[in-house]
Design a protein around this ligand. Sequence first.
Ligand SMILES: [Zn+2]
Ligand SMILES: [Zn+2]
Length: 83
Amino acid sequence: MSVLPDTKDLTDEQSATLEKAALLIINARREAGEMLRRAEIQRFDDDFFGSRCRKCGNCREFVGNDDVCRRSACRHNASQHAT
Ligand SMILES: [Zn+2]
Ligand SMILES: [Zn+2]
């Protein structure tokens, strides 16, 4: 598991870039997962390309395309899902 830099020290612009970068990763993973599903490759668990939330740990995948996960039990940033 990678360690997130201390986001408190980032400027607004830097944090926005971090979230954007995280969404790129999340979308790439979604695409990769979709590719496996289309090829009907089973046995890979959803977590294989997962973007489990680093903060709460029980959200397996980032929901939505905004800065914050839409899952009501989570609501953590994209960057926290880009593990
Ligand atoms: Zn979370
Ligand atoms: Zn989440």
